[in-house]
Design a protein around this ligand. Structure first.
Ligand SMILES: N[C@@H](CCC(=O)N[C@@H](CS)C(=O)NCC(=O)O)C(=O)O
Ligand SMILES: *[C@@H]1O[C@H](CO)[C@@H](O)[C@H](O)[C@H]1NC(C)=O
Length: 236
């Protein structure tokens, strides 16, 4: 008769073997589907504005994406075929499955989850979303400043006020990233925003050294640098 402890030992071995085979089965399965890499079509107007940080994210990830730029005269025909009648829209094609996501920050969040540009837990994601929402509000303010011929006061007041918030929060996080210990889509968003400073960029970033360092870090990443060197030149 085997001792009880021997039985338990054998049982443990059997369970362990099953666990390992279940695990590798899962992995083979996962890898099989993972081999069908999605392709992306990113549709926006021929401007940077609300779409450019998504192009940064796609470039950073080395994603296979079509940079689809809609001419104003082609927009009326396309508009009713988008989820909310606005751009940007990301089309994700995986095999025969095609999905469209609208809303720039929803697109960013989805891609971030795919490419490890999200937080490591719910709390980090909460903070990343907070920064995303604030930058979205800054975009809204920028848009209405453009429409009302108030870009001077926008860049003199609203912009530095916001950058001060971000600078302070970065000082608080201590490591050069906005959230946690790694790059997130909020960092890329913040860095890309500095495109809109144009000639003001140097002066502005001299006042915000932590944002300047982050911006340099993001823009010196080879895939993003390559995108910046090869992207179409646009006013906005
Ligand atoms: N909250 C949306 C805003 C999208 C938006 O305002 N899109 C504008 C261009 S930046 C647009 O599609 N305008 C054309 C229209 O409304 O017909 C986002 O972040 O994606
Ligand atoms: C826009 O504002 C500037 C001053 O900031 C003024 O000189 C210019 O005439 C304004 N343009 C229009 C179209 O109102």
């Amino acid at each position: 008769m085997m001792k009880k402890s021997t039985c338990l030992f054998i049982l443990a071995l059997i369970l362990n073997a099953q666990y390992i085979s279940a695990f590798s089965f899962y992995h083979n399965f996962y890898n099989f589907f993972n081999r069908i890499k999605p392709t992306y079509k990113f549709t926006y107007f021929d401007i940077k504005f609300r779409g450019e940080f998504i192009r940064f994210i796609l470039s950073y990830a080395g994603a296979n994406f079509e940079d689809n730029r809609i001419k104003p005269e082609d927009w009326p025909a396309l508009k009713p075929n988008t989820p909310f009648g606005q751009l940007p829209v990301l089309e994700i094609k995986r095999g025969s499955q095609v999905t469209e996501i609208a809303q720039s920050q929803a697109i960013a969040r989805y891609l971030a989850a795919e490419f490890n540009l999200d937080g490591r837990n719910k709390l980090e994601n909460g903070l990343i979303d907070m920064y995303g929402a604030q930058l979205g509000d800054l975009f809204n303010a920028y848009g209405s400043a453009i429409n009302n011929n108030q870009t001077e006061s926008f860049f003199n007041q609203i912009w530095p006020q916001n950058f001060q918030f971000f600078e302070d929060r970065m000082a608080f996080n201590k490591n050069g990233f906005l959230v946690g210990k790694r790059l997130s889509w909020a960092d890329i968003y913040l860095s890309q925003m500095t495109d809109f400073l144009g000639d003001r960029k140097e002066d502005m970033l001299n006042r915000f050294p932590l944002i300047r360092a982050l911006d340099q870090r993001v823009r010196s990443m080879p895939m993003i640098d390559n995108w910046i060197q090869t992207r179409p030149i646009t006013d906005l």
